[in-house]
Ligand binder design. Structure first.
Ligand code: NDP
Ligand code: TDO
Ligand code: MG
Length: 284
């Protein structure tokens, strides 16, 4: 099967290219700019692919606070236009969304049916995308994932490795708990879902996050331990690390539905972390 992927340089798109090999066509910004909904819809209308995956997004969470209009087009309106174009052609449309659609209350893992209430502009823009896609009328899957990391692009793992080389001590929030997820595992899941949906399996909204849940500080600690970095790490409350965008305290994702419906199990982020550290040359 040929799968059309929006995104080329991003973490998930890069891994999709690896998983799909010659069977995926990844489009960069020069070929499909998500700030132009109609142009992206036109690309889908002209494709002979058998499924479409959108792995591109405005992902700069803090910057989005001052660029909500652009984030809303890229993460909201354009995915909607893409989904409508895919629906017209009868192509399954797969899309990636985020734990940041939730407000982070409580400590129970979020289920797909739980109430969404984003705390920040990025989360609102991603929710808009979910709503537009669901209303488009075609076969779709929305995979809500979280805390994505890989050997390429920007992510928390690479930030921590960089900062630990520059500083003797680091302070990292320990009252935000969630599911670090290897981009490779997301790409594998999307690939299997695309195949199943092409065969007629219904989609829907699904959660997919690495287990076990951990705080950002706990994640940082695991990164330093596994990479053999010697840095003094202090856990701090969110109030001591002010950022433009508010982030949810509870980002735990309940991933049982995806396993029940597609047989896809949530990954263990620790194994994924070891793989990424190997790829980065941090460990043998
Ligand atoms: N990163 C994370 O922690 C999480 C991500 N997600 C979601 O997963 C998906 C993939 O994220 P991830 O792989 O981490 O993304 P990255 O941040 O690694 O990359 C974003 C990608 O989107 C592209 N992009 C941004 N704006 C545009 C535009 N206007 N036109 C065309 N392309 C554009 C970028 O291209 P360019 O290089 O040209 O800028 C880049 O390829 C997204 O939907 C994201 O919302 C969900 C949960 C967590
Ligand atoms: C660099 C740094 C960050 N932090 C905190 C800030 C924040 O609460 C947390 C993570 O910071 P980041 O900026 O990497 O995280 P952030 O960009 O918010 O990551 C999010 O990205 C979007 C795209 C998503 O969809 C989410 O699932 C999530 O992965 O760590 C510290 O406490 N100390 C530090 O030194
Ligand atoms: Mg970030």
């Amino acid at each position: 099967m040929t799968v059309l992927v929006f995104g080329k340089t991003g973490q998930v798109a890069t891994e999709l290219a690896r998983v799909g090999g010659g069977d995926v066509l990844c489009l960069g910004r020069d070929e499909a700019d998500l700030s132009d909904p109609e142009a992206c819809a036109a690309v889908i209308r002209g494709t002979d692919a058998t499924a479409v995956i959108n792995a591109a997004a405005y992902t700069a969470v803090d910057k989005a606070e001052d660029a909500e209009a652009l984030a809303t087009v890229v993460n909201g309106e354009t995915p909607g236009a893409m989904a409508r174009a895919a629906a017209e052609k009868g192509l399954p449309f797969l899309h990636v969304s985020t734990d940041y659609v939730f407000d982070g209350t409580g400590d129970v893992p979020w289920r797909e049916t739980d109430k969404v209430a984003p705390l920040n502009a990025y989360g609102r823009s991603k929710l808009r995308g979910e709503q537009e896609i669901a209303a488009a009328g075609g076969a779709y899957a929305i995979l809500r994932t979280a805390w994505v990391f890989s050997a390429h692009g920007n992510n928390f793992v690479k930030t921590m490795l960089r900062l630990s080389a520059e500083r003797d001590s680091l302070r990292v929030v320990e009252d935000q708990v969630g599911c670090p997820t290897p981009a490779r595992a997301i790409a594998d899941a999307l690939w299997r879902m695309a195949g199943a949906m092409r065969e007629g399996q219904p989609g829907g909204v699904y959660h997919f996050g690495g287990q076990p849940a951990v705080s950002w500080c706990g994640f940082a600690q695991a990164i330093f331990e596994r990479a053999g970095r010697d840095v003094a790490l202090a856990g701090i409350p969110t109030a001591e690390f002010p950022t433009p965008a508010k982030r949810p305290a509870n980002s735990r994702l309940d991933c049982t539905a995806l396993e029940a419906d597609f047989g896809i199990k949530a990954p263990d982020w620790r194994a994924g972390l070891d793989e990424v550290l190997r790829e980065l040359g941090e460990v043998a």
